[in-house]
Write a protein that binds this ligand. Structure first.
Ligand code: C2E
Ligand code: MG
Ligand code: MG
Length: 712
């Protein structure tokens, strides 16, 4: 703070007196002397000016010093300005008394002793400068307090308001005068979320004393019993030794709302308003810890919508989103308040049930959920049906940790899906062993495919009318070396490949090997007529990239397109039927043939036979192997053959193992045979031996049942 010069007003009608006084005061630093030759001039010079001191002569014409002093003291602006009266040498005690009465604080008798005058004035200037400094600091503090934007209240040791800034008055909906002296506990009460205290003021002051600064959310009561939450920052005024407390506070409604919004965003899924993955895991962890303490059962349900992707792809993401919201609502309808539902991502939901009596309770909830979700959804004027698979894992007394419970629920969900979907499965330990085996196969398969080490074997298809092999089915095989002693059956590893993207690479590599073989056959009259059938998984034909992959593989080889057949099973048409039919037409347009594999085992709606551009129908081996034992089977196979012929399709009988089966199937009108009776699947280097058994040196003959008809 920079000190302004202190002004001293010298009032005397004699000029030489004023000059003399000025001379005496010359040594004082930082003062400004102002002269007035009369009372009226002195009063004029007081307007809009502050003085550290007024030296006022008593004897002046018109208006004497007493009158001037009386007028000055009666003004609001100058009532505290010190006045020193300069009295005549013969002044009586009465005069001096009068001087005090009219407002003087001291007097000096003429002739004035210069040292006394100088020191007196020095003291008054000092006092005035201190006063100015104090005023400055006070006004500065007030400016800061007002500008703080927060309510500031100083409470005395009894909890009564001693000082309050205007922001605090505004927040308390009252004014300074009514608030001064009012009690802390009248305005502020413990918030509902905080532990209760008999005397909140005492509690906060103790905390502030101990910790220096203490913050607490409290409820503020204003007029008409209205309340809102405020945050108090309490500081004990230790330096003042009077046990008072300074409280800063502000309305935190907006901040709370923002905080709540952020908490909500961090913990809830924005689409469904269910818990998100993170907060669901937290809840699960909390539930398991609680179950340990209170010895209860916790159940975890994993829910996956069957064929949700199809709805999303065909009807659009808007309907997909609406459906997810609808499912979330159904979950809430079925569940109790205390159950927790979360969306873990995509179409995966999870439910946490605490205090189950047994796993049967969880199964009951699962059943209710499945039947509730199975009810049609009406979205954008469309009726949509969706089904659910649920996997359940349970733990008693929190014995298992969160990751085990999650893994089990996942395994159980997978089991539910494998069991035909729209059902629930409770985790049992046997599932875990199976899951581990699957995981191992999956990781090995990954390595095999990455290194392009898959083998392909070929099983001959024999034409009874032509009396020769007319084609082969390409069947993928686990490599003989490097990946375990016993090779794994494709019946096991193909479904595992189908659960991941591995099936696409697997399909591409098998097709490439088959095409290479087909191309190699074109150079010889013995093999030029042979065709190859390649199996296509439902996943492959449903994939958008399939046709591009096919074109890119085919472009590398040369052979007549009609010699390559693709085998599909009925599962390929379950999803996206129209898209699959379109892809099938594209395959046909490219010149390839299509076969329906394992006919009779699937969902067998004969109506789709008309819709599909099929060339070949393969009767499943389960029928073939019952031939000769059961008349009904013969009738059924006859019907299949008749239907195929009616649709201009060739028929291949799969799994012919015995002469009896062969005779039966031939009698029923099927002339193309695939089965161990003629050939097991063999590696490509044994194909020549199969085609020409007589040219093979005796010790080089393949170790496989040679075609009986050829051997005959
Ligand atoms: P699939 O396409 O129906 O193939 C016929 C299966 O029956 C083959 O089993 C074959 O070895 C077996 N089989 C053939 N003749 C007989 C017989 O006389 N008796 C008996 N008991 N079985 C016979 P494999 O090779 O184990 O293949 C099983 C399934 O794996 C195949 O059934 C096919 O669905 C799938 N698969 C095989 N290779 C591939 C492939 O490259 N891609 C795809 N997507 N699936 C494949
Ligand atoms: Mg097949
Ligand atoms: Mg088959």
């Amino acid at each position: 703070m920079e000190l302004q010069p202190s002004k001293i007003l010298v009032v005397d009608d004699f000029k030489h007196n004023r000059i003399a006084l000025t001379k005496v005061l010359q040594p004082l630093e930082n003062i400004e002397l102002v002269e007035a030759s009369s009372g009226s001039e002195a009063l004029a010079k007081l307007i809009n000016n502050e003085y550290a001191l007024i030296l006022l002569d008593v004897n002046m014409p018109n208006m004497d010093g007493y009158e001037v002093a009386e007028l000055i003291s009666s003004t609001q602006a100058h009532k505290h300005t010190p006045i020193v009266m300069l009295t005549a040498h013969d002044s009586s005690p009465k005069d001096i008394k009068r001087a005090y009465e009219v407002g003087a604080i001291d007097y000096l008798t003429k002739p004035i002793e210069s040292t006394i005058l100088l020191n007196k004035v020095k003291q008054f200037v000092k006092i005035s400068q201190l006063q100015a400094k104090t005023n400055y600091l006070r006004s500065e503090r007030e400016v800061i307090l007002e500008a703080a934007g927060q309510g500031v209240i100083k409470f005395n040791s009894e909890g009564k308001v001693q000082f309050i800034n205007s922001k605090a008055c505004q927040l308390l909906h009252s004014d300074n005068d009514s608030l001064l002296g009012s009690q802390f506990n009248l305005w502020f009460k413990t918030a509902e979320t905080e532990p209760c205290h008999d005397d909140l003021f005492l509690f906060l002051r103790t905390q502030a004393n101990e910790q220096g600064i203490f913050q607490q959310r409290v409820t503020l009561f204003i007029e008409d019993n209205k309340t809102y939450l405020v945050e108090l920052t309490c500081t004990s005024a230790k330096k003042q030794l009077d046990a008072s407390m300074i409280v800063l506070f502000q309305d935190i409604s907006d901040r709370l709302e923002m905080e709540n919004r952020l908490i909500h965003l961090a913990n809830y899924d924005t689409l469904t308003q269910l818990c998100n993955r993170g907060s669901f895991h937290e809840q699960l962890l909390r539930a398991l810890n609680r179950a340990k303490r209170v010895k209860s059962t916790v159940a975890l349900l994993f829910l996956d919508l069957d064929r949700f992707k199809q709805i999303n792809d065909t009807l659009g993401h808007d309907i997909g989103d609406e459906l997810l919201k609808g499912v979330a609502q159904r979950l809430k309808l079925v569940l109790r308040e205390s159950d927790i539902a979360g969306r873990l991502g995509g179409d995966e939901f999870a439910i946490l049930l605490e205090d189950c009596h047994s796993s049967a309770d969880a199964e009951l909830v699962a059943k209710k959920l499945i039947s509730s979700i199975a009810q049609p959804f009406l979205l954008q004027h469309k009726e949509i049906l969706i089904e659910t698979s649920i996997g359940i894992s349970c733990t008693v007394n929190g014995e298992h940790n969160i990751s085990t419970l999650l893994k089990w629920a996942d395994i159980a969900l997978y089991a539910a899906k494998s069991a035909g979907r729209n059902c629930h499965q409770l985790f049992i330990p046997a599932m875990s062993a199976k899951a581990q085996k699957h995981a191992l196969i999956q990781s090995k398969l990954h390595k095999i495919i990455d290194a392009d080490l898959l083998d392909v074997h070929y099983q001959g298809q024999y034409s009874l009318s032509e009396k020769r092999f007319v084609g082969f089915e390409a069947l993928v095989r686990w490599p003989r070396v490097g990946f375990g002693k016993t090779p794994i059956s494709p019946a096991l590893f193909i479904p595992i490949a189908e659960q991941t993207h591995l099936i696409h690479k697997l399909g591409e590599q098998t097709l490439t090997q088959a095409c290479r073989l087909l191309q190699s056959w074109q150079g010889s009259t013995e093999t030029r007529h042979l065709s190859i059938a390649v199996n296509l998984s439902a996943k492959q034909i449903n994939s958008q990239d399939f046709l591009a992959t096919l074109e890119s593989v085919i472009s590398k080889f040369r052979f007549p397109k009609g010699q390559l057949t693709f085998e599909l099973t009925e599962t390929a048409f379950l999803e996206n039927t129209e898209t699959v039919v379109r892809t099938m037409h594209c395959i046909k347009d490219m010149g390839f043939l299509l076969a329906l594999d394992d006919f009779g085992t699937g969902y067998s709606s004969l109506s789709y036979l008309q819709k599909l551009p099929l060339d070949i129908l393969k009767i499943d081996q389960c029928f073939v192997q019952r031939l000769g034992q059961c008349n009904k089977t013969s009738a059924l196979v006859k019907a299949i053959i008749t239907i195929a012929q009616a649709h201009d399709m060739n028929v291949v009988a799969e799994g012919v193992e015995t002469k009896l089966q062969l005779d039966c199937i031939e009698q029923l009108g099927c002339s193309k045979i695939q089965g161990y009776y003629f050939s097991k699947p063999i590696p490509p280097d044994l194909i020549n031996a199969l085609l020409n058994p007589q040219v093979i040196p005796i010790n080089n003959k393949p170790k496989l049942p040679l075609p009986q008809s050829v051997v005959k």
